[in-house]
Ligand binder design. Structure first.
Ligand code: IPE
Length: 260
């Protein structure tokens, strides 16, 4: 079983509110269909979630009643993106079923404290494809929190011990620095947990309430410590996801799971 995350920057234009990249999603759905593997799909919020979450300061927790409207609007938008993702999967005959995080997770002080995994287990066992996504959630001490797709990947990896975790990004993989702003950035084909600590990434210029690549490196480190391999690949390049899934060589970064 694989855990796959489609980054919000692959599925949406992060600079423009609620702009869905339909063609990219159709291509990725086709590749998932052709590969015929068992997996849980997690997708980011992209410009359906980050812009509103930033506007209403949702990642800071409750500060003013106006944020209730912001929470509700953000949830509706990420749910809409989820529907677009499901539609593309259904067109390719994938029996995808949505599992909205806000209904199963409890957060406290911006950290998940309780997660009900039973739906994931039941759907996987029956042969469905569970699809979950970056969402807003209630938080027992802070009122509410953002639950990123990367946090979901981390808790699902710990519980379900997938064969591999795959991050589908808008870059070929990991670089020594941010390739979007640094022409000297070098591509890294394989890395260990120790290597990850050396790489710095600059902040993204668009609204990102979940720390972009920097947060992702923390997530990957904790997955690697569970002994699980992580693959980073480019979702904009046709068939890379498919090739990885069927075990064919293609451009990607492999972060080897293992001890620190
Ligand atoms: C963010 O999820 C969720 C909200 C802003 C509500 P992610 O952090 O997983 O989204 P991307 O992949 O960065 O777009």
């Amino acid at each position: 079983m694989y855990l796959i995350k489609f980054g919000g920057s692959v599925l949406t234009d992060k600079t423009k509110a609620a702009s869905f990249k339909q063609e990219t999603m159709n291509q990725l759905a086709l590749e998932l269909h052709k590969a015929k593997k068992q997996y849980i799909l997690v997708h980011g919020a992209g410009s359906f979630g980050h812009i509103l979450a930033k506007k209403y300061h949702l990642s800071e927790g409750y500060t003013t009643p106006k944020q209730y409207q912001g929470f509700a609007l953000t949830h509706a938008q990420v749910q809409l993106l989820n529907l677009y993702v499901l539609n593309a999967l259904h067109i390719h005959h994938i029996p995808a079923v949505s599992i909205p995080p806000h209904a199963l997770l409890t957060f406290s002080n911006h950290q998940p404290t309780q997660v009900d995994f039973s739906l994931f287990h039941k759907y996987i066992k029956t042969g469905f494809t569970p699809v979950t996504f970056g969402d807003v959630v209630l938080d027992e001490t802070r009122g509410f929190s953002i639950c990123s797709g990367d946090v979901l990947i981390q808790i699902l990896a710990a519980q379900l011990k997938p064969e591999k975790v795959i991050f589908v990004l808008d870059e070929d993989g990991l670089y020594t620095s941010n390739p979007k702003i640094d022409a000297t950035a070098e591509f890294i084909p394989t890395a260990t947990i120790q290597d990850l600590k050396k790489y710095s990434t600059s902040e993204n210029t668009y609204a990102d309430v979940t720390r972009g690549m920097e947060g992702k490196l923390d997530t990957i480190q904790s997955i690697a410590k569970m002994g699980i391999d992580t693959i980073l690949l480019n979702g904009n390049k046709k068939n890379r996801l498919y090739e990885i899934l069927i075990g064919q060589n293609t451009r990607h970064t492999l972060i080897c799971g293992g001890k620190e």
